[in-house]
Design a protein around this ligand. Structure first.
Ligand code: M6R
Length: 369
C-alpha cells in the first residue's frame, strides 16, 4: 500500500525518520552504551580482528564507503570496501582475523552472497547488515545486525540506505567499545548525536519543495555532475546513482579533489553540478577547499547546486541554488545530505515521465551474478 503517496519511493523517503529511529531502538542501554546482542561474534574474537572488509553492491556499497570513514576513525582498524562482484575474483587476502561485513537490503543479492561464501571459505568471520529477516545472506553469515527500515518496495533504495548507515555506525562504535579504542563518554556523545538525527532528517523533508522545483526545471538537461569530499564523496556517488536509475540521465559522482585531475574538462556552460559541502566546523580545511572547487566550476559556467549546513555563509556567493541541511557531526552528515538527492532524482524522473518505482531494466533484487 502506498499510503496516499503516488509512488512507493515517495512513501519510503518519507518513512526515513522512523526507519532511522527504529534501527537504533533497543540497541543502546540506559547508560548510553551499545548492546548489540545479535552480533554473536564473541568479544575476544572481535578484539583480535586486524582487518575489516566491507562487501556490497550499488547503494549498499555506498553505505560501505561511508562506513569506512567511521570504522577507521573510531576503531583504528584498517578497513577496505569492495564491490562484491569484484571481490572474490581477485583472490583477496583473508584469514581468521578478518571481519567481513556484507551489506544488503534484500539479503538475496547473488554477488554479495558469493563474496561472503568466499570469505567464509578462507576462515574470515562474516557479519551481515541486512533488512530482510531470514533471507539467505544473514542465514549464511556468522552474525547479523538487522536494519529496521521495514519493507522497501521501490527499486531505488532510500530508507534502507539510511538504516544501513545507522547499522554501520553502530558496528563501528560497538567495535570501538569492545576493543577499548573509544571511551564510554565518547560513545555516549556519538550515540546522542545519532539519536537526534531522525529529527534532523524530518526537518530536511519539510524543506524539500524548492528541491522539487529545481528538479523540474532541469528535466531537459542531459548531464548532472555530483561532487563531494570525505563522507560527502560517497554521498555524491549515491546522488548520481539515483539519477541514473530513475531519470535515465548521465550522472557522475566525483571526489571534489579529483576535479583538476580530469573531470573539470566536462564542465560546460549551464551544466548542473551538485556539490555536497562538509561542515565548516572542525574540518575547515576541507570546507575551504570545496568552496574553492565551487568557485572553479562556476567560473567555467557550471550551474552550482550547493548542499550546505545551515549557517554556512561562505558558500552563499557561489551557489546558484542553495539547499540547506541541519548542522550534523561530519561523520553523520550523509544521513541528512543524501535525502535532498533522493527527492531530486525522484522528482526529475517524474518530470521526465519515467516510472519511478520500476525503472527500466532494473530489478529490486539481483539474484544472478
Ligand atoms: O538488496 P541489496 O542491498 O543487496 O541490493 C544492492 C543493489 O542492487 C541495490 O542497492 C541497487 O543498487 C539499488 N537499485 C540502488 O537504488
Amino acid at each position: 500500500e502506498k499510503g496516499g503517496y503516488d509512488y512507493f519511493m515517495l512513501k519510503e523517503i518519507a518513512e526515513q525518520p522512523k526507519a532511522v529511529a527504529d534501527t537504533l531502538l533497543g540497541r543502546i542501554d540506559a547508560a548510553g552504551s551499545l548492546t548489540l546482542d545479535e552480533v554473536r561474534i564473541p568479544a575476544n574474537v572481535l578484539r583480535e580482528v586486524d582487518k575489516i572488509v566491507i562487501v556490497a553492491c550499488g547503494t549498499a556499497f555506498h553505505a560501505g564507503l561511508i562506513a569506512k570513514y567511521a570504522i577507521e576513525h573510531w576503531t583504528r582498524v584498517p578497513c577496505e570496501v569492495e564491490l562484491a562482484s569484484e571481490f572474490r575474483y581477485r583472490d583477496p587476502i583473508l584469514d581468521q582475523q578478518t571481519l567481513v561485513v556484507a551489506i544488503s537490503q534484500s539479503g538475496e543479492t547473488m554477488d554479495t552472497l558469493m563474496a561472503l561464501r568466499h570469505a567464509r571459505e578462507q576462515g574470515a568471520k562474516v557479519l551481515a547488515i541486512c533488512n530482510t529477516n531470514g533471507s539467505t545472506i544473514p542465514r549464511e553469515s556468522d552474525a547479523v545486525l538487522y536494519t529496521h527500515a521495514g519493507p522497501e518496495v521501490a527499486v531505488a533504495s532510500t530508507k534502507a540506505f539510511l538504516t544501513q548507515l545507522v547499522a554501520c555506525y553502530l558496528v563501528a562504535l560497538y567495535l570501538g567499545q569492545v576493543r577499548g579504542t573509544k571511551w564510554a563518554d565518547e560513545i555516549r556523545a556519538v550515540v546522542r548525536d545519532l539519536s537526534s538525527v531522525s529529527g534532523a532528517v524530518e526537518r530536511v523533508l519539510e524543506t524539500m519543495e524548492p528541491v522539487r522545483e529545481l528538479a523540474r526545471s532541469l528535466a531537459e538537461k542531459n548531464t548532472v555532475l555530483f561532487l563531494g569530499r570525505h563522507v560527502g564523496y560517497p554521498v555524491a556517488l549515491e546522488g548520481a546513482l539515483k539519477l541514473k536509475e530513475l531519470a535515465y540521465m548521465h550522472a557522475e559522482g566525483f571526489a571534489a579533489g579529483e576535479l583538476k585531475h580530469g573531470p573539470i574538462a566536462l564542465v560546460e556552460d549551464d551544466m548542473p553540478v551538485v556539490v555536497v559541502v562538509p561542515s565548516p566546523r572542525g574540518r575547515s580545511v576541507l570546507h575551504d577547499k570545496i568552496v574553492s572547487n565551487i568557485q572553479e566550476i562556476r567560473a567555467r559556467g557550471a550551474r552550482t547546486i550547493v548542499i550546505a549546513e545551515e549557517g554556512d555563509e561562505a558558500v552563499v556567493p557561489y551557489a546558484d541554488h542553495l539547499i540547506r541541511i541541519p548542522a550534523t557531526p561530519t561523520l553523520l552528515q550523509p544521513l541528512v545530505a543524501t535525502v535532498p538527492l533522493q527527492v531530486f532524482a525522484c522528482e526529475l524522473a517524474t518530470a521526465r515521465g519515467n516510472e519511478v518505482d520500476q525503472p527500466r531494466n532494473l530489478a529490486k533484487s539481483v539474484t544472478v551474478e
